[in-house]
Ligand binder design. Structure first.
Ligand code: CAA
Length: 283
């Protein structure tokens, strides 16, 4: 299928990063968010990221304007009617994803592809609320989307070969490397990453070391660009907890139990960078 117009549903850090990447690759993008102000913050985030490239002399002001002109904002999901592809980047909750996919299924053309950027939830279950499970697929980008080369591509039980092929070649057109993984909780990325982050939180919880020390060990000892707690703040403590819950429930294995301290931070609203405080404090 020839994909030209893309709706990104959800204008948070992942949605705005996906919209930026698609616009930079020449696609017409509609960035939708139920909350008009969130859509405004999303486009402001994109403008800021592109301005950094202009300041570094990598992009011209004209190119910046061209990219921004490719993106329109909407807070009305009906505007997704003309999209060839919708990429959903809503919060990591099955009820939210299902209600969005149910609505999109009623709005979008029969041949449109509905993709989800879920980081851990079942593609098969999300697809089950639509009348087109063969046109539903997982397309999991990494944060920050414009920088990270990976896209995990996940078929649901009914996803067609044609849709899989279209999405794999779209990922390449976006300058990413697609890697196919199976539809199991957390796929590969978060099945491996989140238990490491959770274990780092346990190390703080049990008084083994302070957050700074845990992060230093992993950065200096393992060459990670960010320590696991810095990364948890970057991803969002609420998202990390939601993913651990999905692993814990999905596998029924106690090795995935979320650290009580992770729960406490989420309950306190200490969600990391986005709330100004997590394991670290942000200006
Ligand atoms: N948007 C666009 N570009 C960004 C950016 C953003 N939000 N943040 C950084 N960049 C760009 C910078 O402009 C810079 O570009 P140039 O090299 O071309 O100048 C480049 O990235 C490097 O940035 P910095 O020099 O400012 O900082 P850095 O070298 O410390 O790198 C980082 C920043 C790329 C974020 C790096 O720290 C890193 O790779 N961290 C780990 C990120 C990671 O693990 N992501 C996966 C998270 S898990 C996930 O996303 C899956 C999930 O489901 C939870």
């Amino acid at each position: 299928m020839d994909i030209r117009t893309i709706t990104v549903a959800g204008a948070g850090q992942m949605g705005s990063g996906i919209a930026q990447t698609a616009a930079e690759s020449g696609f017409d993008v509609m960035l939708y968010d139920l909350d008009r102000q969130a859509a405004g913050r999303g486009i402001a985030r994109i403008g800021k990221a592109i301005s950094r490239s202009v300041d570094k002399g990598r992009l011209t002001e004209e190119r910046k304007a061209d990219i921004l002109n490719k993106i329109t904002l909407s807070s009305d999901l009906e505007d997704a009617r003309g999209a060839d592809l919708v990429i959903e980047a809503a919060p990591e909750r099955m009820d939210i994803k299902k209600s969005l996919f149910r609505a999109l299924d009623g709005i979008c053309r029969q041949d449109a592809i509905l993709a989800t950027n879920t980081s851990s939830l079942s593609i098969t279950e999300i697809a089950s609320v639509t009348g087109r499970p063969e046109r539903v697929i997982g397309m999991h980008f990494m944060n920050p989307v414009p920088v990270m080369p990976l896209v995990e591509i996940i078929r649901g039980m009914a996803t067609s070969d044609e849709v899989f092929g279209s999405i794999r070649s779209l990922a390449q057109t976006l300058g990413k490397t697609p890697v196919e993984v199976r539809d199991f909780p957390g796929f590969v990325s978060n099945r491996v990453l989140m238990p490491m982050i959770n274990e780092a939180v346990f190390a703080v919880y049990e008084g083994v070391a302070a957050p700074e020390a845990v992060d230093q060990v992993m950065k200096l000892g393992m060459n990670h660009p960010m320590g696991p707690l810095e990364l948890a703040d970057f991803i969002g403590i609420d998202t990390c907890l939601a993913i651990m819950e999905t692993l814990y429930e999905g596998f029924g294995d106690s090795k995935y139990r979320p650290c009580p301290l992770l729960r406490k931070y989420a309950a306190a609203g200490w969600l990391g960078r986005k709330s100004g405080r997590g394991f670290y404090i942000y200006e």
